[in-house]
Ligand binder design. Structure first.
Ligand code: HAM
Length: 428
Protein backbone atom coordinates (compact mmCIF):
# COMPACT_ATOMS: atom_id res chain seq x y z
CA UNK A 1 0.00 0.00 0.00
CA UNK A 2 1.33 3.48 -0.80
CA UNK A 3 2.25 5.74 2.06
CA UNK A 4 -0.51 8.15 2.98
CA UNK A 5 0.36 11.76 2.14
CA UNK A 6 0.48 14.16 5.09
CA UNK A 7 0.74 17.33 3.00
CA UNK A 8 -1.89 19.90 3.97
CA UNK A 9 -3.19 22.14 1.21
CA UNK A 10 -3.78 25.83 1.69
CA UNK A 11 -7.53 26.57 1.47
CA UNK A 12 -8.77 28.79 -1.35
CA UNK A 13 -10.63 32.06 -0.94
CA UNK A 14 -13.31 33.56 -3.17
CA UNK A 15 -11.78 36.04 -5.66
CA UNK A 16 -11.14 39.55 -4.32
CA UNK A 17 -14.29 41.66 -4.19
CA UNK A 18 -16.63 38.72 -4.81
CA UNK A 19 -19.12 37.95 -2.04
CA UNK A 20 -20.39 34.52 -1.07
CA UNK A 21 -23.93 34.14 0.26
CA UNK A 22 -24.14 31.30 2.77
CA UNK A 23 -26.86 30.69 5.40
CA UNK A 24 -28.36 32.69 7.01
CA UNK A 25 -27.63 35.64 4.62
CA UNK A 26 -28.47 33.47 1.60
CA UNK A 27 -32.12 33.36 2.75
CA UNK A 28 -32.23 37.18 2.64
CA UNK A 29 -30.71 37.14 -0.84
CA UNK A 30 -33.30 34.64 -2.04
CA UNK A 31 -36.14 36.66 -0.50
CA UNK A 32 -35.11 39.81 -2.37
CA UNK A 33 -34.79 37.96 -5.67
CA UNK A 34 -38.04 36.00 -5.25
CA UNK A 35 -39.99 39.10 -4.24
CA UNK A 36 -38.80 40.85 -7.38
CA UNK A 37 -39.59 37.92 -9.64
CA UNK A 38 -43.10 37.60 -8.17
CA UNK A 39 -43.82 41.30 -8.54
CA UNK A 40 -42.48 41.42 -12.11
CA UNK A 41 -44.74 38.47 -12.97
CA UNK A 42 -47.73 40.30 -11.48
CA UNK A 43 -47.00 43.15 -13.89
CA UNK A 44 -46.78 40.88 -16.95
CA UNK A 45 -43.00 40.57 -17.34
CA UNK A 46 -41.68 37.24 -18.70
CA UNK A 47 -38.35 35.82 -17.57
CA UNK A 48 -35.26 35.69 -19.78
CA UNK A 49 -32.03 33.81 -19.14
CA UNK A 50 -29.22 35.38 -21.12
CA UNK A 51 -25.49 34.71 -21.53
CA UNK A 52 -23.12 35.85 -18.83
CA UNK A 53 -20.58 36.79 -21.50
CA UNK A 54 -21.18 38.55 -24.79
CA UNK A 55 -19.29 40.03 -27.73
CA UNK A 56 -17.25 42.92 -26.29
CA UNK A 57 -18.58 45.27 -28.97
CA UNK A 58 -22.12 44.95 -27.59
CA UNK A 59 -21.17 46.77 -24.40
CA UNK A 60 -18.78 49.22 -26.06
CA UNK A 61 -21.58 50.32 -28.40
CA UNK A 62 -24.53 49.85 -26.04
CA UNK A 63 -23.25 51.18 -22.73
CA UNK A 64 -20.85 53.77 -24.18
CA UNK A 65 -17.06 53.96 -24.62
CA UNK A 66 -16.76 57.04 -22.43
CA UNK A 67 -18.29 55.41 -19.34
CA UNK A 68 -16.13 54.10 -16.50
CA UNK A 69 -17.99 50.81 -16.83
CA UNK A 70 -16.70 50.27 -20.38
CA UNK A 71 -13.36 52.07 -20.26
CA UNK A 72 -12.09 50.83 -16.89
CA UNK A 73 -14.22 48.10 -15.39
CA UNK A 74 -14.89 45.38 -17.94
CA UNK A 75 -13.69 41.80 -17.60
CA UNK A 76 -12.62 41.40 -21.22
CA UNK A 77 -10.59 38.55 -22.62
CA UNK A 78 -9.93 36.67 -25.84
CA UNK A 79 -11.45 33.21 -25.88
CA UNK A 80 -9.56 30.26 -27.35
CA UNK A 81 -10.87 31.15 -30.79
CA UNK A 82 -9.44 34.65 -30.52
CA UNK A 83 -12.82 36.41 -30.12
CA UNK A 84 -13.00 39.31 -27.69
CA UNK A 85 -15.67 38.54 -25.13
CA UNK A 86 -16.71 40.39 -21.96
CA UNK A 87 -18.41 39.25 -18.78
CA UNK A 88 -21.62 41.30 -18.79
CA UNK A 89 -21.23 44.47 -16.69
CA UNK A 90 -24.99 45.18 -16.84
CA UNK A 91 -28.17 43.65 -18.22
CA UNK A 92 -29.87 46.08 -20.57
CA UNK A 93 -27.55 45.77 -23.58
CA UNK A 94 -27.86 41.95 -23.54
CA UNK A 95 -31.66 42.08 -23.24
CA UNK A 96 -31.93 44.46 -26.19
CA UNK A 97 -29.52 42.29 -28.21
CA UNK A 98 -31.78 39.29 -27.51
CA UNK A 99 -34.97 41.24 -28.37
CA UNK A 100 -33.48 42.11 -31.76
CA UNK A 101 -31.97 38.68 -32.38
CA UNK A 102 -35.24 36.85 -31.64
CA UNK A 103 -37.52 39.45 -33.30
CA UNK A 104 -39.44 39.87 -30.05
CA UNK A 105 -40.25 43.45 -31.06
CA UNK A 106 -42.16 42.22 -34.14
CA UNK A 107 -45.05 41.00 -31.99
CA UNK A 108 -47.15 42.62 -29.31
CA UNK A 109 -45.56 45.76 -27.82
CA UNK A 110 -44.29 46.54 -25.28
CA UNK A 111 -42.08 43.47 -24.86
CA UNK A 112 -41.79 43.05 -21.09
CA UNK A 113 -38.87 40.99 -19.81
CA UNK A 114 -37.34 40.33 -16.41
CA UNK A 115 -33.98 38.89 -15.43
CA UNK A 116 -31.84 38.01 -12.44
CA UNK A 117 -28.22 37.09 -12.12
CA UNK A 118 -24.57 38.09 -11.70
CA UNK A 119 -22.85 41.00 -13.42
CA UNK A 120 -19.15 41.85 -13.38
CA UNK A 121 -17.34 45.14 -12.92
CA UNK A 122 -13.68 45.49 -12.08
CA UNK A 123 -14.24 48.16 -9.42
CA UNK A 124 -12.23 48.91 -6.31
CA UNK A 125 -13.90 46.61 -3.79
CA UNK A 126 -15.41 48.08 -0.64
CA UNK A 127 -18.53 47.58 1.44
CA UNK A 128 -21.42 47.29 -1.04
CA UNK A 129 -19.19 47.53 -4.10
CA UNK A 130 -18.26 44.19 -5.54
CA UNK A 131 -16.62 42.81 -8.65
CA UNK A 132 -19.37 40.25 -9.03
CA UNK A 133 -22.62 42.00 -8.27
CA UNK A 134 -26.10 40.63 -8.41
CA UNK A 135 -29.04 42.36 -10.02
CA UNK A 136 -32.65 41.66 -10.72
CA UNK A 137 -34.17 43.85 -13.40
CA UNK A 138 -36.84 44.48 -15.99
CA UNK A 139 -36.93 46.01 -19.44
CA UNK A 140 -40.11 47.15 -21.25
CA UNK A 141 -39.30 47.69 -24.91
CA UNK A 142 -41.16 49.22 -27.81
CA UNK A 143 -43.54 51.87 -26.47
CA UNK A 144 -42.66 55.42 -25.51
CA UNK A 145 -45.43 55.86 -22.95
CA UNK A 146 -44.70 57.68 -19.67
CA UNK A 147 -47.09 55.29 -17.92
CA UNK A 148 -44.51 52.56 -18.53
CA UNK A 149 -41.81 54.66 -16.83
CA UNK A 150 -44.14 55.00 -13.84
CA UNK A 151 -44.89 51.27 -13.92
CA UNK A 152 -41.20 50.38 -13.74
CA UNK A 153 -40.58 52.82 -10.87
CA UNK A 154 -43.63 51.47 -9.04
CA UNK A 155 -42.42 47.91 -9.52
CA UNK A 156 -39.08 48.77 -7.93
CA UNK A 157 -40.74 50.65 -5.07
CA UNK A 158 -43.13 47.77 -4.39
CA UNK A 159 -40.22 45.36 -4.19
CA UNK A 160 -38.31 47.45 -1.65
CA UNK A 161 -41.50 47.91 0.38
CA UNK A 162 -42.47 44.22 0.24
CA UNK A 163 -39.13 43.03 1.59
CA UNK A 164 -39.68 45.31 4.56
CA UNK A 165 -37.37 48.26 3.81
CA UNK A 166 -38.47 51.73 4.84
CA UNK A 167 -35.30 53.85 4.72
CA UNK A 168 -35.10 54.31 0.94
CA UNK A 169 -35.65 57.39 -1.20
CA UNK A 170 -36.51 57.75 -4.86
CA UNK A 171 -34.62 60.37 -6.87
CA UNK A 172 -35.83 61.32 -10.30
CA UNK A 173 -34.85 63.49 -13.24
CA UNK A 174 -35.15 63.78 -17.00
CA UNK A 175 -32.11 63.70 -19.25
CA UNK A 176 -33.99 64.98 -22.30
CA UNK A 177 -33.58 63.35 -25.70
CA UNK A 178 -31.81 63.80 -29.02
CA UNK A 179 -34.08 66.77 -29.71
CA UNK A 180 -33.05 68.90 -26.73
CA UNK A 181 -29.94 67.38 -25.19
CA UNK A 182 -27.36 68.42 -27.84
CA UNK A 183 -28.16 72.13 -27.38
CA UNK A 184 -28.07 71.76 -23.59
CA UNK A 185 -24.84 69.81 -23.81
CA UNK A 186 -23.21 72.59 -25.84
CA UNK A 187 -24.42 75.17 -23.33
CA UNK A 188 -23.06 73.18 -20.39
CA UNK A 189 -19.77 72.65 -22.19
CA UNK A 190 -19.44 76.35 -22.84
CA UNK A 191 -20.10 77.04 -19.15
CA UNK A 192 -17.58 74.39 -18.01
CA UNK A 193 -14.79 75.47 -20.34
CA UNK A 194 -14.96 78.97 -18.87
CA UNK A 195 -14.16 77.56 -15.41
CA UNK A 196 -10.59 77.17 -14.04
CA UNK A 197 -10.78 73.37 -14.15
CA UNK A 198 -7.78 71.02 -14.10
CA UNK A 199 -6.67 69.37 -17.34
CA UNK A 200 -8.29 66.01 -16.64
CA UNK A 201 -11.65 67.61 -15.84
CA UNK A 202 -11.45 69.86 -18.93
CA UNK A 203 -10.92 66.74 -21.01
CA UNK A 204 -13.98 65.18 -19.42
CA UNK A 205 -15.95 68.38 -20.10
CA UNK A 206 -15.05 68.03 -23.76
CA UNK A 207 -15.86 64.33 -23.98
CA UNK A 208 -18.92 64.08 -21.76
CA UNK A 209 -19.78 67.35 -19.99
CA UNK A 210 -22.75 65.84 -18.11
CA UNK A 211 -20.38 63.61 -16.21
CA UNK A 212 -18.56 66.64 -14.75
CA UNK A 213 -21.74 67.46 -12.80
CA UNK A 214 -21.06 64.28 -10.82
CA UNK A 215 -17.61 65.46 -9.64
CA UNK A 216 -17.51 64.83 -5.90
CA UNK A 217 -14.82 67.43 -4.99
CA UNK A 218 -16.35 70.30 -2.97
CA UNK A 219 -14.25 72.95 -4.78
CA UNK A 220 -15.59 71.71 -8.14
CA UNK A 221 -19.15 71.51 -6.82
CA UNK A 222 -18.82 75.12 -5.70
CA UNK A 223 -17.86 76.17 -9.23
CA UNK A 224 -20.84 74.22 -10.57
CA UNK A 225 -23.44 76.01 -8.45
CA UNK A 226 -24.60 78.11 -11.40
CA UNK A 227 -24.25 75.39 -14.04
CA UNK A 228 -27.16 75.13 -16.49
CA UNK A 229 -29.36 72.09 -15.79
CA UNK A 230 -31.00 69.73 -18.26
CA UNK A 231 -34.34 70.01 -16.48
CA UNK A 232 -34.48 73.71 -17.39
CA UNK A 233 -33.73 72.96 -21.04
CA UNK A 234 -36.16 70.14 -21.84
CA UNK A 235 -38.17 70.27 -25.07
CA UNK A 236 -41.93 70.61 -24.68
CA UNK A 237 -42.31 66.93 -25.51
CA UNK A 238 -39.75 65.78 -22.90
CA UNK A 239 -41.22 68.10 -20.30
CA UNK A 240 -44.72 66.75 -20.88
CA UNK A 241 -43.39 63.19 -20.65
CA UNK A 242 -41.66 63.94 -17.37
CA UNK A 243 -44.69 65.69 -15.90
CA UNK A 244 -46.89 62.73 -16.76
CA UNK A 245 -44.44 60.39 -15.01
CA UNK A 246 -44.28 62.50 -11.84
CA UNK A 247 -48.06 62.99 -11.90
CA UNK A 248 -48.63 59.23 -12.10
CA UNK A 249 -46.19 58.60 -9.24
CA UNK A 250 -48.08 61.12 -7.13
CA UNK A 251 -51.37 59.38 -7.99
CA UNK A 252 -49.82 56.07 -6.93
CA UNK A 253 -48.66 57.59 -3.64
CA UNK A 254 -44.96 57.08 -4.43
CA UNK A 255 -42.79 59.79 -2.87
CA UNK A 256 -39.87 61.16 -4.87
CA UNK A 257 -37.43 64.04 -4.94
CA UNK A 258 -36.11 65.67 -8.08
CA UNK A 259 -32.34 65.39 -8.43
CA UNK A 260 -31.51 67.54 -11.43
CA UNK A 261 -27.81 66.68 -11.12
CA UNK A 262 -28.21 62.94 -11.27
CA UNK A 263 -25.56 61.33 -13.44
CA UNK A 264 -26.01 57.70 -14.35
CA UNK A 265 -22.97 55.56 -15.07
CA UNK A 266 -24.30 54.31 -18.41
CA UNK A 267 -24.67 56.38 -21.58
CA UNK A 268 -27.90 55.09 -23.08
CA UNK A 269 -30.38 57.03 -20.96
CA UNK A 270 -32.86 59.57 -22.30
CA UNK A 271 -35.86 61.26 -20.66
CA UNK A 272 -36.77 59.68 -17.30
CA UNK A 273 -33.88 58.56 -15.12
CA UNK A 274 -34.17 57.42 -11.54
CA UNK A 275 -32.32 55.95 -8.61
CA UNK A 276 -33.32 54.46 -5.29
CA UNK A 277 -30.97 55.48 -2.51
CA UNK A 278 -30.66 54.04 0.99
CA UNK A 279 -29.12 56.18 3.68
CA UNK A 280 -27.98 53.28 5.84
CA UNK A 281 -25.31 52.16 3.38
CA UNK A 282 -22.60 54.82 3.46
CA UNK A 283 -20.89 55.69 0.17
CA UNK A 284 -22.48 52.93 -1.92
CA UNK A 285 -26.01 54.12 -1.31
CA UNK A 286 -27.62 53.30 -4.67
CA UNK A 287 -29.83 50.25 -4.23
CA UNK A 288 -31.25 50.38 -7.74
CA UNK A 289 -31.35 52.54 -10.82
CA UNK A 290 -32.96 52.76 -14.20
CA UNK A 291 -34.56 54.89 -16.83
CA UNK A 292 -35.66 55.25 -20.42
CA UNK A 293 -33.36 54.66 -23.37
CA UNK A 294 -34.69 55.97 -26.68
CA UNK A 295 -31.75 55.29 -28.99
CA UNK A 296 -30.42 51.98 -27.71
CA UNK A 297 -32.44 49.61 -29.93
CA UNK A 298 -31.35 51.45 -33.09
CA UNK A 299 -27.79 51.76 -31.78
CA UNK A 300 -27.65 47.97 -31.49
CA UNK A 301 -29.03 47.42 -35.00
CA UNK A 302 -32.74 47.11 -34.21
CA UNK A 303 -35.84 49.13 -35.00
CA UNK A 304 -36.09 52.67 -33.83
CA UNK A 305 -38.22 52.02 -30.74
CA UNK A 306 -37.56 53.04 -27.18
CA UNK A 307 -37.45 51.15 -23.90
CA UNK A 308 -37.43 51.69 -20.19
CA UNK A 309 -36.04 49.52 -17.41
CA UNK A 310 -34.56 49.17 -13.98
CA UNK A 311 -31.87 47.16 -12.21
CA UNK A 312 -32.06 46.44 -8.49
CA UNK A 313 -28.79 45.74 -6.67
CA UNK A 314 -29.55 42.60 -4.70
CA UNK A 315 -26.28 42.77 -2.71
CA UNK A 316 -27.07 46.28 -1.55
CA UNK A 317 -30.71 45.47 -0.81
CA UNK A 318 -29.46 42.67 1.48
CA UNK A 319 -27.08 45.15 3.17
CA UNK A 320 -29.94 47.64 3.52
CA UNK A 321 -32.07 44.99 5.25
CA UNK A 322 -29.24 44.35 7.70
CA UNK A 323 -28.76 48.10 8.26
CA UNK A 324 -32.46 48.41 9.17
CA UNK A 325 -32.38 45.23 11.27
CA UNK A 326 -35.12 43.68 9.12
CA UNK A 327 -35.34 40.01 8.15
CA UNK A 328 -36.98 39.22 4.82
CA UNK A 329 -35.94 35.62 4.33
CA UNK A 330 -37.11 32.54 6.10
CA UNK A 331 -34.28 30.43 7.47
CA UNK A 332 -34.33 26.93 6.01
CA UNK A 333 -36.24 24.60 8.30
CA UNK A 334 -38.21 21.42 8.01
CA UNK A 335 -41.59 20.34 9.39
CA UNK A 336 -40.71 16.73 10.05
CA UNK A 337 -37.45 15.08 11.03
CA UNK A 338 -36.90 11.32 10.79
CA UNK A 339 -35.00 9.57 13.57
CA UNK A 340 -34.17 6.00 12.49
CA UNK A 341 -32.53 3.67 15.03
CA UNK A 342 -30.61 0.92 13.22
CA UNK A 343 -29.86 0.05 9.58
CA UNK A 344 -33.25 -1.44 8.66
CA UNK A 345 -35.06 1.59 10.12
CA UNK A 346 -32.73 3.97 8.25
CA UNK A 347 -33.59 2.32 4.92
CA UNK A 348 -37.33 2.50 5.69
CA UNK A 349 -37.03 6.12 6.85
CA UNK A 350 -35.26 7.18 3.61
CA UNK A 351 -38.33 5.97 1.67
CA UNK A 352 -40.70 7.62 4.15
CA UNK A 353 -39.12 11.11 4.00
CA UNK A 354 -39.12 10.91 0.22
CA UNK A 355 -42.89 10.22 0.28
CA UNK A 356 -43.42 13.05 2.76
CA UNK A 357 -41.66 15.46 0.36
CA UNK A 358 -43.85 14.19 -2.50
CA UNK A 359 -46.83 15.15 -0.32
CA UNK A 360 -45.47 18.70 0.12
CA UNK A 361 -44.09 18.20 3.61
CA UNK A 362 -40.64 19.66 4.33
CA UNK A 363 -38.83 16.63 5.66
CA UNK A 364 -35.30 15.61 6.56
CA UNK A 365 -33.78 12.80 8.60
CA UNK A 366 -30.73 11.92 10.67
CA UNK A 367 -27.92 10.43 8.61
CA UNK A 368 -24.78 8.57 9.58
CA UNK A 369 -26.27 6.18 12.14
CA UNK A 370 -26.81 8.74 14.89
CA UNK A 371 -28.15 7.67 18.27
CA UNK A 372 -31.50 8.88 19.66
CA UNK A 373 -30.04 11.81 21.62
CA UNK A 374 -27.92 13.19 18.79
CA UNK A 375 -30.71 12.73 16.26
CA UNK A 376 -33.26 14.54 18.47
CA UNK A 377 -30.81 17.43 18.79
CA UNK A 378 -30.53 17.53 15.01
CA UNK A 379 -34.35 17.57 14.76
CA UNK A 380 -34.39 20.55 17.06
CA UNK A 381 -31.70 22.37 15.09
CA UNK A 382 -33.59 21.72 11.86
CA UNK A 383 -36.55 23.59 13.37
CA UNK A 384 -38.83 20.55 13.02
CA UNK A 385 -42.30 20.54 14.54
CA UNK A 386 -42.52 16.73 14.46
CA UNK A 387 -40.01 13.90 14.84
CA UNK A 388 -40.64 10.38 13.57
CA UNK A 389 -38.81 7.80 15.68
CA UNK A 390 -38.43 4.40 14.05
CA UNK A 391 -36.67 1.46 15.74
CA UNK A 392 -36.81 -2.30 15.25
CA UNK A 393 -39.79 -2.67 17.62
CA UNK A 394 -41.82 -0.10 15.63
CA UNK A 395 -40.80 -1.74 12.35
CA UNK A 396 -42.11 -5.09 13.61
CA UNK A 397 -45.47 -3.49 14.34
CA UNK A 398 -45.46 -1.43 11.07
CA UNK A 399 -45.68 1.72 13.16
CA UNK A 400 -43.67 4.84 13.79
CA UNK A 401 -43.57 7.04 16.92
CA UNK A 402 -44.84 10.53 16.13
CA UNK A 403 -43.37 13.08 18.53
CA UNK A 404 -44.88 16.55 18.67
CA UNK A 405 -41.86 18.67 19.55
CA UNK A 406 -43.93 21.73 20.44
CA UNK A 407 -46.39 19.98 22.75
CA UNK A 408 -44.02 17.21 23.87
CA UNK A 409 -46.57 14.47 23.16
CA UNK A 410 -45.80 11.12 21.55
CA UNK A 411 -47.99 8.40 20.03
CA UNK A 412 -47.62 5.47 17.63
CA UNK A 413 -49.05 5.91 14.11
CA UNK A 414 -49.33 3.13 11.47
CA UNK A 415 -46.56 3.56 8.89
CA UNK A 416 -49.03 3.56 6.01
CA UNK A 417 -51.06 6.40 7.55
CA UNK A 418 -48.33 8.78 8.66
CA UNK A 419 -47.79 10.56 5.32
CA UNK A 420 -51.46 11.47 4.93
CA UNK A 421 -51.66 12.52 8.58
CA UNK A 422 -48.66 14.87 8.37
CA UNK A 423 -49.61 16.20 4.92
CA UNK A 424 -52.94 17.21 6.46
CA UNK A 425 -51.21 19.09 9.25
CA UNK A 426 -48.17 20.70 7.66
CA UNK A 427 -48.34 19.97 3.90
CA UNK A 428 -48.12 22.84 1.49
P1 HAM B 1 -26.68 50.54 -12.54
O1 HAM B 1 -27.15 51.77 -11.84
O2 HAM B 1 -25.31 50.57 -13.11
O3 HAM B 1 -27.75 50.26 -13.67
O4 HAM B 1 -26.80 49.30 -11.58
C1 HAM B 1 -28.01 49.01 -10.91
C2 HAM B 1 -27.76 48.69 -9.46
O5 HAM B 1 -26.80 47.63 -9.36
C3 HAM B 1 -27.12 49.82 -8.67
O6 HAM B 1 -28.11 50.72 -8.22
C4 HAM B 1 -26.49 49.06 -7.50
O7 HAM B 1 -27.47 48.79 -6.51
C5 HAM B 1 -26.08 47.76 -8.15
N1 HAM B 1 -24.63 47.79 -8.42
C6 HAM B 1 -24.00 48.38 -9.46
N2 HAM B 1 -22.66 48.19 -9.36
C7 HAM B 1 -22.45 47.48 -8.22
C8 HAM B 1 -21.29 46.94 -7.55
N3 HAM B 1 -20.07 47.09 -8.07
N4 HAM B 1 -21.47 46.25 -6.41
C9 HAM B 1 -22.70 46.05 -5.89
N5 HAM B 1 -23.81 46.52 -6.47
C10 HAM B 1 -23.71 47.22 -7.62
C11 HAM B 1 -27.70 49.25 -14.55
O8 HAM B 1 -26.93 48.32 -14.49
C12 HAM B 1 -28.77 49.33 -15.61
N6 HAM B 1 -28.62 48.18 -16.54
C13 HAM B 1 -30.16 49.38 -15.00
C14 HAM B 1 -31.19 49.56 -16.05
C15 HAM B 1 -32.02 48.61 -16.53
N7 HAM B 1 -31.45 50.68 -16.71
C16 HAM B 1 -32.41 50.46 -17.58
N8 HAM B 1 -32.74 49.20 -17.50
Amino acid sequence: MSEQTTQRFRPFHAPKGVPDYVPPASAEFEAVRDTWVRRARLAGYSPVELPVFEDTGLFARGVGESTDVVSKEMYTFADRGGRSVTLRPEGTAGVIRAVIEHNLDRGQLPVKLSYAGPFFRYERPQAGRYRQLQQVGVEAVGVDDPALDAEVVALAEACFRSIGLTGYRLELTSLGDEGCRPAYRAKLQEFLLRLPLDEETRRRAQLNPLRVLDDKRPEVQEMLAEAPLMLDHLSADCRAHFETVTGLLEDMGIAYTINSRMVRGLDYYTKTCFEFVHDGLGAQSGIGGGGRYDGLMAQLGGQEVSGVGFGLGVDRAVLALAAEGVTAGEASRVDVFGVPLGAAAAARMAVLVNRLRDAGVRADMAYGGRGLKGAMKAADRAGARYALVLGDAELDRAEVQLKDLAEHGQRPVPLDEVVALLAGRVGR
